[in-house]
Ligand binder design. Structure first.
Ligand SMILES: [Zn+2]
Length: 408
């Protein structure tokens, strides 16, 4: 609560100062609109307003309360609402919305970094790289999955995973992180392993934290993936499950920050990818655990912000909502969290039927195993955060970060 009230006071002061300088000093105003030196863009894949409400309700229930718990980012002082439709569908997929967020242009579902006519788009990561920023792109799921790929790849199909991996070295971005690579040896399993190709093109590929510790100091470009055994992760929630020796998203972000350093400005895109995968399966507890892991990563960035409050911007949003989850179903006014605590408190997904029974008994509603067209929240704190207040479209996020307010 204290963090939130201090943050809100700081944001209010920033707003007042912004108004004051805009009336008095145009030079200061121009300086004010430059992007923050350190930019964190967090994307909780599939994380709509209800996903965080369900998570907060669960946390409150652990204290025997009906509400009141907040996540690190839901306490941020600036709140906006973002529309997510794609160029051809009311309900977007992750590559079309990732492209809209990264490049500021709507495209067709399934496309990455290309507009509806097939023209190449430039993501904000390339813009900021040209401005001297070091770039970190990371995700809790494979590094060539749709959301991270939206920031570096250009492909008519989000499923062309091997070609997408090959665009990593072309980007020249400093740090990539993910669980592994989809189609690690190509679709037919006969191509050179993605890590070998990347290493031949000047990227050090570190399998796990111990390799990161021994190899990162001398690497000019680095890809961090989980320890051996997960380099060929499947696009499937059950296969994706974390192992004891794996690094969490927060740990991956910490390594990324260590690697990028503070001397030069940086842009970090950090995705919580299994939020979406758990929500597709309507798995309530695994989704909550994915959001709590994502929240820990945001907390890592928040600690950084506390050291550099005038130079840091943190944005937390989603590419779309997944599952149409609701806090309450069947006309109830009570959530029975005890059902999960006593019967299903496990991060191991249960059978579809058992899962449906647990959700029904707990009164957590789900309306689809796909995405929905519901708008998603945008939470922001730090330099330029005020631009993210109110209603926006996902194509406006890039311009708001850059300070160019690319209204379309
Ligand atoms: Zn999805």
């Amino acid at each position: 609560m204290k963090v939130r009230s201090i943050a809100r006071a700081a944001a209010a002061l920033a707003l007042i100062c912004g108004v004051f300088t805009s009336c008095t000093n145009t030079t200061d105003k121009a300086a004010d609109e430059s992007p923050a030196k350190y930019v964190f863009l967090f994307i909780g894949d599939g994380m709509g307003a209800a996903q965080t409400a369900v998570t907060e309700s669960y946390l409150s229930s652990l204290k025997g309360e009906n509400g009141g718990e907040e996540l690190c980012f839901t306490g941020f002082p600036v709140l906006g609402s973002c529309t997510t439709y794609s160029a051809d569908r009311q309900i977007t997929c992750s590559s079309a919305s990732g492209t809209a967020i990264a490049c500021g242009v709507k495209t067709l579902n399934g496309r990455l970094g290309l507009d509806p006519d097939g023209n190449r788009l430039k993501s904000i990561a390339f813009d900021l790289k040209e401005m001297g920023y070091r770039i970190g792109i990371m995700s809790s799921v494979p590094v060539n999955h749709a959301t991270p790929a939206s920031f570096y790849a250009h492909n008519a199909s989000r499923d062309d995973y091997y070609s997408i991996s090959m665009e990593i070295p072309e980007s020249g971005f400093e740090f990539f992180g993910g669980s592994g690579f989809l189609d690690y040896r190509g679709k037919d399993g006969k191509s050179a392993p993605a890590s070998e190709v990347l290493e031949s093109k000047g990227y050090e590929v570190c399998f796990g934290e111990s390799e990161f510790k021994s190899e990162s100091a001398t690497a000019e470009h680095l890809v961090f993936i989980q320890p051996e055994g997960r380099e060929g992760d499947a696009d499937n929630y059950e296969v994706e499950e974390m192992r004891e020796e794996d690094s969490s998203l927060a740990e991956m972000l910490q390594m990324g920050l260590e690697y990028l350093g503070e001397e030069q400005p940086f842009f970090v895109m950090c995705e919580g990818g299994e939020i979406d995968w758990a929500a597709h399966d309507n798995m309530t507890m695994p989704m909550i655990e994915a959001i709590l892991g994502f929240n820990e990563a945001v907390r890592t960035a928040y600690s950084f912000y506390e050291k550099h409050p005038d130079e840091t911007l943190i944005i937390v949003t989603a590419d779309h909502e997944t599952g149409g989850v609701t806090l309450g179903s069947d006309g109830t006014d009570t959530i029975h969290w005890d059902v999960f605590k006593t019967e299903g408190k496990s991060d191991i997904p249960v059978s579809k039927e058992e899962n449906a029974r647990l959700n029904a008994a707990a009164k957590i509603g789900w309306t689809t195993d796909g995405h929905t067209g519901a708008p998603v929240p945008v939470y922001a704190i730090g330099k330029g955060a005020e631009r993210f207040a109110g209603r926006m479209d996902n194509t406006e996020i890039k311009g708001k970060i850059l300070g160019t307010e690319n209204r379309r």
